[in-house]
Design a protein around this ligand. Structure first.
Ligand SMILES: Nc1ncnc2c1ncn2[C@@H]1O[C@H](COP(=O)(O)OP(=O)(O)OP(=O)(O)O)[C@@H](O)[C@H]1O
Ligand SMILES: [Mg+2]
Length: 240
């Protein structure tokens, strides 16, 4: 039986002493779906990625991946089960070639044929013409795509991306957005996309969640979320 959801995070709470960074949020992802996650600074967007991927211990709640409760597994175990992420700060090594880095990441993941895996990932992201370039010689937009490549080794089912478009030009952002869209259909990847660029979020997401102060204040299709009065209030004067 195939479960309806690739990801179900239920009643997730992360408290730091008295600070309720997250206080009972629910997030689901269906296969091949892109869910945009927006909210003001400090709303808990990065924290929920940490919680789902196992970087931060849950105060309360559970995380179910493909029908399996992974709440008590560490980040490495969850990654091996197909739950991947990218970080805001790149994890690239400047002195290594693009190909070597992706192969190394694949090898570390325990992939049977890291060479073939790396090649497939680089082709998918149109980085195959840059395989022998050192990462430090890449343009910033290409570095962000290399970040995505590193997150894609081992063919994850789920990708949690924390502001992958930050610092990119409009053209580079659209380019990255198209790659994400293609990945969902060609590789069956589901994406949780935390992003400040509203045009990108509302443009490519199938569903959108809005956080405010560690809680979900809206969840639904892009048009209804955009029209939601509470969302408009939270974003008073901004692009929503
Ligand atoms: N290690 C920590 N200890 C204490 N408080 C923390 C810790 N990490 C995060 N917080 C708090 O949790 C809340 C949510 O932070 P988080 O970084 O998830 O917000 P965000 O939505 O990602 O914001 P931004 O848009 O600025 O990236 C904030 O109030 C933050 O100060
Ligand atoms: Mg953040």
């Amino acid at each position: 039986m195939t479960p309806q959801y690739v990801l179900q995070a239920e009643d997730v709470a992360i408290h730091y002493g008295g600070v309720k960074a997250l206080d009972g949020v629910a997030i689901t992802l269906e296969r091949g779906q892109i869910r945009g996650l927006i909210g003001p600074n400090g709303a808990g967007k990065s924290t929920v990625i940490d919680a789902i991927t196992g970087r931060t211990r849950l105060t309360r709640g559970k995380v179910v991946l493909d029908g399996e409760d992974v709440s008590h597994l560490g980040a490495v175990e969850r990654r091996r089960r197909g739950l991947s992420r990218s970080f805001q700060r790149t994890s690239i090594f400047g002195g290594m070639t693009v190909l070597k880095q992706v192969e190394l990441a694949s090898y570390k993941m325990g992939v049977v044929d890291p060479g073939a895996d790396a090649k497939a990932v680089l082709e998918e992201l149109n980085l195959d013409n840059l395989t022998h370039v050192h990462a430090e010689d890449l343009g910033y937009g290409e570095q962000r795509r290399l970040d995505l490549a590193l997150a894609l080794v081992g063919r994850p089912k789920l990708l949690m991306l924390d502001e992958p478009m930050a610092g990119l030009s409009v053209k580079e952002s659209l380019d990255l957005a198209q790659h994400l869209k293609a990945l969902t259909s060609r590789w069956d990847v589901s994406v949780l996309l935390v992003e400040h660029d509203m045009d990108v979020v509302f443009g490519i997401s199938n569903v959108v969640t809005v956080f405010e102060l560690g809680r979900v204040i809206a969840d639904g299709d892009p048009a209804s979320v955009r029209a939601n009065p509470r969302v408009r209030e939270a974003y008073l004067g901004s692009a929503a």
